[in-house]
Design a protein around this ligand. Structure first.
Ligand SMILES: Cc1cc2nc3c(=O)[nH]c(=O)nc-3n(C[C@H](O)[C@H](O)[C@H](O)COP(=O)(O)OP(=O)(O)OC[C@H]3O[C@@H](n4cnc5c(N)ncnc54)[C@H](O)[C@@H]3O)c2cc1C
Length: 293
């Protein structure tokens, strides 16, 4: 299996290198007006930084459980900014004692049964893209350990009803895996969160994720009314942006500039609301007429 980057987004073999970071840093500092032009290097992986496991996988679950440091570390956190910083610095405060990767419902039951008896907390893990600590085993002290259930192996499309366009899909299927399997039926789930590459169906449902990209692109492509509103707003905004810029270059007093910018932001907000309500209307109108499920 292709290894994920230990501290940031993406795969290890395609990670943003220190050389890339060094080259980008001065430009970023110039753009943002703060930051370091000499970027911090990712700490090498040190297995001794992990707390010792508190519960041990029983022999009958050996085939689906792992407790090696690399697997435990890979399931210790999500993808928030804090997770990235801690990952970069090689800090591991909360780590699962055991990571189980069941292949079906029966095996999930087996893991739950053992974890319950061992008084270990159980944490479901989909793509690990949570930005709110959802997969981090920061569990109350009343538990004797933490077991992560990685559902990544349960990723098959089980059943498709082509008439009602309903499908049963394994909770661990990632965005690309879902689309790849539905494509065989000429269908799409049409759900594209920005974390699409790694996040999973189970994770989307558990977190009530939003795949706004789908609505936006679909509405602009298929709906002439939304496209017309969007183009009109864009034309309007370009004119007013140029007008504001011209005024700003002529107007020196700081207070006046602030007033102008406030008015500009108010207009932008109204424009945003116009586009969003057009998209929402077109999504409501076209619901049921597209070939998504
Ligand atoms: C770069 C980036 C872009 C993002 N873009 C978006 C976006 O566009 N829209 C959006 O809504 N969010 C976005 N997110 C947040 C995140 O991707 C979503 O919350 C996503 O739904 C998490 O899915 P996951 O499979 O990675 O779940 P995980 O991170 O693995 O888990 C999230 C939570 O769900 C629980 N869980 C996972 N699988 C199951 C299951 N099968 N059964 C029960 N509980 C389960 C976990 O225990 C955890 O509490 C983004 C995050 C990043 C890092």
């Amino acid at each position: 299996m292709r290894a994920r980057n230990r501290w940031g987004w993406g795969f290890e073999d395609a990670a943003f290198s220190t050389t890339d970071a060094r080259a980008a840093a001065p430009g970023l500092v110039g753009l943002l007006g703060f930051g370091e032009s000499d970027p911090e290097e990712p700490a090498p992986f040190d297995p001794s930084a992990l707390p010792a496991p508190r519960v041990v996988c029983p022999p009958h679950l050996d085939g689906i459980c792992a407790a090696d440091p690399a697997t435990r570390a890979a399931h210790a956190r999500g993808q928030s900014y804090l997770d990235t910083v801690r990952g970069l610095r090689g800090r591991y405060e909360h780590v699962p004692d055991v990571v189980a990767r069941p292949r079906d419902t029966r095996e999930i039951e087996d893991v739950l049964e053992w974890a319950g008896a061992a008084n270990a907390a159980v944490i479901p893990y989909g793509g690990g893209t949570s930005v709110v600590g959802g997969v981090e085993p920061r569990v109350p002290e009343r538990f004797d350990g933490a077991v992560t259930i990685d559902v990544g192996a349960i990723d098959r499309l089980r059943e498709v009803d082509e008439v009602s366009r309903a499908a049963r899909i394994g909770a661990g299927a990632s965005g690309p895996r879902i689309e790849e399997q539905l494509a065989a039926y000429g269908l799409t789930l049409r759900f594209f969160p920005q974390s699409f590459e790694f996040s999973t169906l189970g994770g989307w449902i558990a977190t009530r994720a939003a795949g706004h990209f789908a609505t936006y692109v679909d509405a602009l492509k298929r709906d002439p009314l939304t496209r017309a509103v969007f183009q009109e707003v864009l034309k309007d905004e370009t004119f007013h942006m140029n007008y504001t810029l011209a005024q700003l270059t002529r107007v020196a007093p700081k207070r006046h500039r602030l007033v102008l910018w406030r008015a500009r932001l108010g207009r932008l907000w109204k424009a945003y609301l116009r586009v969003m309500s057009a998209i929402a209307n077109s999504a409501a109108i076209s619901a049921g007429s597209s070939s998504s499920i």
